[in-house]
Design a protein around this ligand. Structure first.
Ligand code: GDP
Ligand code: MG
Length: 151
């Protein structure tokens, strides 16, 4: 099953949006297999955003993401990387459609509430930066009934 790493950034935590964001992904039908609140170390932040290390905003980005606690989550589901990116909306909230997370909650690119992996390969790399294998549920975790099942 495809996995992704989703993270409520420090601005989302500060604005008490954890519950609302978790609810969106639960209601979509994705399965949560690990979650924790923590603060990124500088090393974790630099590794996480390594692809941006030569960008002018890299220092600001690392300072922001380490500025306070985040809520890191591992989710799984069919096509979850692409679907969760669509739910998040575009990076710049000016381009993010209403109804998306960034479209609904964010005003600027630096403070855009949520991170989501951009490919299954990135997801594996990001998950291993923040979670030990034993912190994640395995395939044994019961998936429950589909949301639209009538019993
Ligand atoms: P994402 O995958 O949609 O999160 O976007 P990117 O991988 O392109 O960028 C990572 C994060 O860096 C974004 O979510 C923003 O928070 C931040 N970022 C991107 N561009 C800028 C910028 O021009 N200025 C600042 N301050 N932050 C930026
Ligand atoms: Mg990215």
């Amino acid at each position: 099953m495809e996995k992704t790493y989703l993270m409520v950034k420090p601005d989302g935590v500060q604005r008490h949006l954890i519950g609302k964001l978790v609810q969106r992904f639960e209601e979509k039908g994705f399965q949560l297999i690990g979650a924790k609140m923590f603060r990124l170390t500088r090393e974790q932040a630099e590794y996480h955003y390594e692809e941006h290390k030569d960008k002018p905003f890299f220092g600001e980005l690392v300072a922001f993401i380490t500025s306070g606690p985040v809520f890191g989550m591992v989710w799984q589901g069919d096509n979850i990387v692409a679907l969760s990116r669509a739910m998040m909306g575009k990076t710049n909230p000016l381009d993010a459609a209403p109804g998306t997370i960034r479209g609904d909650y964010a005003l600027n690119t630096g403070n855009n509430i949520i991170h989501g992996s951009d490919s299954p390969q990135s997801a594996d790399r990001e998950i291993s930066n923040f979670f030990r294998p034993e912190e994640l549920m395995t395939g044994d975790y019961p998936v429950g009934l589909p949301l639209n099942t009538v019993t």
